[in-house]
Design a protein around this ligand. Structure first.
Ligand code: SAH
Ligand code: SF4
Length: 431
């Protein structure tokens, strides 16, 4: 979500003449799009801004902050940053910079056009993003969340659920695919409740997927369309059926479970139980057996007993996730659970994180092992960290090292034969 927002911020700033630099120390304008889901990234913001404020003694520098910010932090950020705005006010950023007394580079250039001021998210979506990659793109389809899970900051930072007009989404996806983008991800906090805020006027999420599938069928270009995150309580069989029917709808599903214990799910106010999740997974295995399954888990939520945690371990044994983003519970000011005692110690949270990771590894490894000797398509995304191999992703988003250094393949989907497997990755040879 932040990558997607930052592509729009960058586009607005470039319109008024700013030029991107990779060197933080030479920038005249520095900003952060914050994430408030956990405390750690917010701690990093405080460290960054104190460093930037020290730099201000030596040179001209303007700082801004936007993104997901809780009210308690906002008050402090007001004193620390020069500019603060919500993403729906992005189009006012040029005026804010000007009012701050900065002559923006583009002010001297009459061809740079000003944008109309607005207060709403629809105009944020109208900003044409400056995509950071020429083969992977993120397309926001919705903003905000109405679910109010008890641990979560999102409803307080992003507000209520608002769906973006479907025609804009379909056009943006078709445009990207026609330009050769290979991995396109629809973004939202609850993608599968898409359209429900405009019932009767807007299409539903499976209808949106179908429309993209149809558009994909008409294009000559191959691409994989992902979405993140759907919510189990709105996950219908229709969504899974549509994915099974269109080649361009990627066979990878990220479905956050959060806990495998029904009592914890109630305390989290997740509005689904384990049985509901099980039925969705059964539908996935039946209709798209080749799909990989990813999830999100919180360990050490308030009052999580060893027994409750064991139910999550059992859920991992049952669902055999390919990947799980496991987070240690972090109390968020303003969220309902903030009033409850954070009664699982950090050591216990860490221990549960590690034990769950071991179970995850075991199943992910078994699955990866089953792919050895198979030919698969890999989207080549770059070189590996040591620069010795190419690196890419399968359609199911399993990281794959390819024994080649042919950089002309970056950004392409290529056939390759899997020759070995590790816990979370594969090695392949070009076929
Ligand atoms: N809308 C998505 C998740 C959005 S937040 C959903 O409903 O699943 C992304 C992930 O951050 C969550 O899935 C959760 O695992 C984690 N998360 C959210 N709040 C958290 C908190 N207070 N402490 C730890 N992890 C949290
Ligand atoms: Fe947060 Fe729950 Fe909304 Fe996901 S569904 S963004 S976890 S409140």
């Amino acid at each position: 979500m932040n990558i997607s927002d930052s592509e729009r911020v960058r586009s607005v700033l470039e319109r008024i003449g700013y030029v991107w630099t990779d060197n933080e120390e030479e920038a005249n304008l520095l900003g952060i799009l914050a994430c408030s889901v956990r405390q750690k990234p917010i701690d990093k913001v405080y460290n960054k801004i104190s460093q930037w404020n020290r730099w201000k003694n030596k040179r001209n520098l303007v700082t801004f902050i936007s993104g997901c910010i809780l009210p308690t932090d906002k008050e402090r950020f007001l004193k620390l940053f020069d500019l603060i705005f919500s993403m729906s006010e992005l189009s006012q950023l040029p005026a804010m910079i000007r009012d701050y007394g900065v002559v923006t580079p583009g002010a001297l250039d009459s061809s740079v056009t000003a944008m109309p001021a607005n207060e709403n998210i629809f105009q944020l979506w109208d900003v044409k993003p400056n995509y950071q990659s020429d083969f992977e793109a993120y397309v926001p389809i919705q903003n905000g969340c109405d679910k109010f899970c008890t641990y979560c900051a999102v409803p307080y930072t992003r507000g209520r659920e608002v769906s973006r007009p479907s025609q804009e989404i379909i056009d943006e996806v078709a445009h990207l695919a026609a330009r050769g983008y290979k991995s396109i991800t629809l973004l939202g906090q609850n993608v599968n409740s898409y359209g429900l805020d405009k019932k009767g006027e807007e299409i539903t999420f499976p209808e949106l997927l179908r429309a993209i599938g149809e558009a994909g069928n008409k294009l000559q270009q191959k691409f994989w369309l992902y979405f993140t995150s759907p919510h189990p309580s709105d996950m219908t069989r229709e969504v899974i059926e549509v994915i099974s029917q269109y080649d361009c709808l990627a066979k990878q599903i990220h479905l956050p479970l959060q806990s495998g214990d029904d009592r914890m799910l109630i305390k989290m106010k997740r509005s689904h139980d384990l049985q509901k999740y099980r039925e969705i997974v059964q539908d996935i295995r039946q209709l798209i057996p080749q799909a990989t399954l990813f999830t999100d888990i919180i360990v050490g939520f308030t009052s999580e007993t060893e027994e409750a945690f064991q139910n999550t371990v059992e859920a991992f044994q049952e669902f055999k996730f390919n990947m799980a983003y496991i987070a240690k519970y972090s109390p968020r000011p303003g969220a309902a659970s903030y009033r409850w005692e954070d009664d699982v110690t950090n050591d216990e949270k860490k221990g549960r994180y590690q034990r769950l990771t071991l179970v995850l590894k075991r199943h992910a490894y078994r699955y990866n092992q089953s792919l050895v000797n198979k030919e698969m398509e890999i989207l080549v995304t770059g070189k590996d960290r040591k620069g010795q191999y190419l690196q890419g992703l399968t359609e199911g988003k399993i990281i794959t090292r390819i024994e080649s250094l042919d950089e002309s393949l970056i950004g392409k989907i290529v056939p390759a034969k899997i020759i070995s497997a590790a816990d979370f990755s594969l090695t392949a040879q070009l076929a």
